[in-house]
Structure formats: C-alpha cells, structure tokens
Design a protein around this ligand. Structure first.
Ligand SMILES: Nc1ncnc2c1ncn2[C@@H]1O[C@H](COP(=O)(O)OP(=O)(O)OP(=O)(O)O)[C@@H](O)[C@H]1O
Length: 311
C-alpha cells in the first residue's frame, strides 16, 4: 500500500466554459513527502487541488488520491485527507476554537484540540469570531482545521500567505513535523524560499501544463549554473533580451526583470562578461552593475514561465 502514490494525476483536463484551466496535466506525489505545486497566477493550481480534494470531477483524465477516486470514493477517502482552503473555509460568526472543536468531533481519532491550537498559534484568539480574525490568524485556523483529523494526505493552498515571518517559520516546522510523522503534504505557494526550504519535490505548472518537476536541487541543477544580473542606467530599448541572447549564443537564457534589469543564465565566464559589455556599448546603454550570482529557484521559475513567482 505504501507504494501507492499519495496523489496521481493523469492527463487531467479542466475547463470553465471556453477557458482551459488545466490542459492535460500529469503528475505524481509520493507518500511521506512535502510536494510543492508552483505556478504563476491562473496556472491551474487551485483547480487541480480542488479536483484532488473531490470538489470537482475531472472532465478528462483521472485523479487518484491514496489510490482512491476522490469523487466516487469520497466517503472512504474523506477521513484520510485534510484540506486547507484559500480563505480559511469557516463560517463568519463562529469562534475559532468552537469551529475547531466542532470539526474534531466529526473525526474518529482527532488530535488534541488545545495542543493543536497552541501549536499553530491560535491559543490567544480562540474566542474571537472568525470574521474578526486577522488574515494570518484565519490562515492558521484553516491549517488547524485541515490537520485536526490526523490526515494521511494534507492539501494546503498557500499555507503561509499573510503570516508574519515568525509564524511562517513555526508553520514550516509544523509541516516538517507532519512529514516526519509520515503525513504527505501537498502545497501551493508563491514563496520560493518556502518551496526551496520545505519541498522534497516541486512541480512547476503554467497554462495548466507541467513545465518542470524535480527536487529543488535538481531544478537549479546543483546550483552550478551561474547568473549575471545586468542593471543599466536607462531603460533598455525594445527587444533587448532577444538581442542580448543573439549576442551571447544558445547556451544562455536572457530574461527581462524590469525596465532596467536583465538576468542572463548560463556560463558566467570572462568571455560572456566581455560579450555583455560589448553588447551594452553597441546598444548605447551604460551598465550600473553587473552582478554574478548563483541561479536559484526564482530564476528557474522565471525562465520557465516568463513570470516572477513572488506576489
Ligand atoms: N470558477 C471559475 N470560473 C471561471 N474561470 C475560473 C474559475 N476558477 C478559475 N478560473 C480560471 O481558471 C484558470 C486557473 O485558475 P486557478 O485558480 O486554478 O489558478 P491558480 O494557479 O490557482 O491561480 P492563483 O495562483 O491565482 O491562485 C484561471 O484563468 C482562472 O481565471
């Protein structure tokens, strides 16, 4: 049974009217891992997660969670998964601890509610009605609600959005403890440091398709590939990334970060630096800085999707 993937998505297609939100997506989540699903806004992450959670039926393809069909075998699967929805998923008038206690009663072997509340940092706002909780507190309640039933697989949609740095770190520790206890965590996030720190495996999706999969280290190819961040004093002329790419050759990827900065990924050796300087001279732009660095997940994401991940 432990060989069964926690999640397997095979050729999933989901549309809203004419809009294709998920476009033949296939991916696997191994058990006892933290797996991050990354993608720009509108990439199809939430739709995919909602299909895994049984809230939507696949229009094409199939989805299995712990080997079960999330819609047809919902009764069997539901007690074994936990879901943290974007926006908390609680009623507006109910107090945080009431909600947690109520949900605990619906499970056969719930966690100790007081301990869980303490752990996620809800202890001092347990009597506060849901609508009066801060965004970060609502997130924490959402996480507690997802965990109270001791799930085998937990789906968390942007678990630390709106949390302050201290609570984010505590939440990361909590997710790592869950993995150590054998729980599988599937999360979406817009924070690269979160994915890099937590995830055993990352799936990057864009336009409803899988564009890359691997461990953080595999994705950044061992951190050996280097980058040059070029910042100039005046905005680049139109078409600058293509023109620089043509000047540098096929081994490099050039992405525009903003009006005055470009990121070159590839061998950042003396020859490349000389070519970048020569290109600046030809374009009539003056470099303000040429910074060498190691390629990170944020760079990989930008290359693959053409967009920055950070909110
Ligand atoms: N209920 C809906 N009706 C119509 N279109 C929708 C609906 N939900 C999502 N979409 C569209 O489907 C696409 C995928 O949306 P989805 O929410 O799955 O993306 P996402 O990757 O989770 O985005 P985000 O990072 O912004 O949460 C988007 O273009 C979105 O506008």
């Amino acid at each position: 049974m432990s060989d069964t993937p926690a999640v397997s998505v095979d050729g999933l297609v989901m549309r809203y009217g004419d809009k294709v939100a998920v476009d033949g997506l296939s991916l696997t989540v191994e058990q006892h891992t933290i797996t991050a699903v990354l993608g720009p806004n509108g990439a199809g992450k939430t739709t995919t997660l909602e299909t895994c959670e049984g809230y939507r039926s696949p229009q094409q393809g199939s989805v299995r969670v712990l080997g079960l069909d999330p819609v047809r075998q919902r009764k069997e699967l539901h007690p074994r998964i936990g879901v943290m929805l974007q926006g908390g998923g609680a009623w507006s008038g109910v107090r945080a601890m009431e909600m947690l206690r109520h949900l605990a009663k619906l499970h056969a072997h719930p966690l100790d509610v007081d301990m869980l509340a303490e752990r996620v940092g809800l202890a001092d706002c347990g009597r506060t009605p849901y609508r009066r909780l801060s965004g970060g507190q609502q997130q924490r309640l959402g996480l507690a609600l997802a965990l109270v039933g001791r799930p085998e697989v937990v789906f968390v949609d942007e678990p630390t959005a709106g949390m302050d740095p201290q609570v984010r770190r505590t939440t990361w520790e909590l997710l790592e403890e869950l993995r150590a206890d054998g729980v599988t965590v599937v999360l979406t996030t817009h924070y690269m440091d979160e994915a890099e720190r937590l995830a055993d495996r990352i799936h990057i999706i864009d336009h409803g398709r899988l564009v890359a999969s691997g461990s953080p280290l595999e994705l950044i190819r061992g951190g050996t590939v280097t980058t040059i961040r070029l910042v100039v004093t005046r905005p680049f002329p139109p078409g600058a990334p293509d023109s620089l790419r043509a000047a540098l050759g096929d081994e490099t990827v050039v992405s525009q970060l903003d009006a005055v900065s470009l990121l070159v990924t590839g061998p950042a050796d003396a020859t490349t630096l000389a070519k970048v300087s020569r290109w600046c001279e030809e374009q009539g732009v003056l470099p303000e800085s040429l910074q060498l660095g190691q390629r990170n997940l944020e760079d990989v994401f930008l290359e693959l999707t053409g967009k920055e991940l950070s909110p």
